[in-house]
Design a protein around this ligand. Structure first.
Ligand code: G3P
Ligand code: CA
Length: 301
């Protein structure tokens, strides 16, 4: 199993009291997730992740949502991946197409419009933007391959959620193949660029077993006593922010993840400044948000 590249610090004076240390890849012990910063006191600014893209400003899980995150200088983008009837991987949060596309209008006899009941050709016909705003009428449901291509062009990184994997047996292997084909797993430890996560422990475990070098996250709020079991196949824990206390965050970070570094905590979904500041104060490693600019304004980074 490959080890995560560590981090070194390059000092830069900032103000009279605080020296801000920027974390850069090197051979020492990791101090903070890539892209975040840490102070001399050891407190880190959480990494900001655009939830379903910058979905407060553009339709979720679309190419324009990634572009909007890039425009807001947000490197990391979270998405949800599911599988079509003809076994193609596409981006969609809900297990039906009803809320975020015009499937009900285009295919009125196909209720309840399950993703798994439509071919990729059918889904490619759908408008995935108008529900959010008339200016997004041209947006389509992207395939995972199309989305990876756009992230590469934008220089962005990927937090990929395997959504409802119980509906799509074997989806983990398929996702890993698409990532590999697109060149996203070429590094010895690709975790600086892509993390795979799920609410399904079985799915996260499957990813780890099939590709031990890949960085993984379990979504949920495990009991403290259960954390070592999750750490056997996870690098991150992703609780809902309302479930967090400083003690719980510290308890998670006290356990080493599967690649030998402390488990990281990503809180979701934080959409206002005061809450972001409070959650950052709990010591989390990442904040997942529909409004990356609002969170950045509140916490820096
Ligand atoms: O990344 C975590 C978050 O996306 C989980 O919730 O419902 O938005 O997929 P949901
Ligand atoms: Ca998600």
């Amino acid at each position: 199993m490959s080890k995560r590249p560590g981090s070194a610090v390059a000092a830069a004076a900032l103000g009279v009291i605080t020296l801000l240390l920027t974390v850069i890849p090197a051979g020492g012990a990791a101090a903070a997730p890539a892209g975040s910063t840490t102070t001399l006191t050891g407190t880190a600014t959480p990494l900001i992740v655009a939830h379903r893209g910058a979905s407060g400003y553009a339709p979720e899980n679309t190419l324009v949502a990634a572009d909007e995150a890039a425009r807001l200088n947000t490197e990391w983008v979270e998405i949800d991946v599911q599988r079509t009837k003809d076994r193609k991987l596409i981006l969609m949060h809900d297990t039906t197409l009803a809320r975020t596309t015009n499937a009900a209008a285009v295919f009125p006899d196909r209720a309840p419009w399950n993703v798994a009941d439509f071919t990729s050709r059918e889904i490619a016909r759908l408008d995935a933007g108008s529900w959010f705003g008339d200016e997004f009428v041209a947006e389509r449901v992207p395939t995972l391959g199309q989305f990876l291509h756009r992230l590469t062009a934008n220089g962005q990184k990927l937090l990929l959620e395997i959504k409802s994997p119980e509906l799509y047996p074997g989806v983990e292997r398929q996702i890993l193949r698409v990532l590999d084909d697109a060149g996203w797993l070429e590094e010895e430890y690709p975790g600086e660029r892509v993390v795979l996560q799920s609410f399904s422990a079985d799915s996260v475990r499957a990813v780890h077993e099939q590709a031990p070098e890949v960085k993984t996250g379990f979504l949920g709020t495990p009991k403290v006593a259960e954390l070592p079991a999750y750490a056997e196949f996870s690098d991150q824990i992703g609780p809902r922010y309302t479930d967090l206390t400083a003690e719980y965050v510290a308890a998670i970070q006290a356990v080493d993840g599967v690649h030998g570094e402390p488990l990281e905590v990503n809180a979701w979904t934080v959409n206002d400044g005061p809450t972001a500041a409070r959650i950052a104060g709990l010591g989390v490693d990442g904040i997942i948000t529909n409004f990356p600019d609002v969170v950045r304004e509140a916490i820096g980074g």
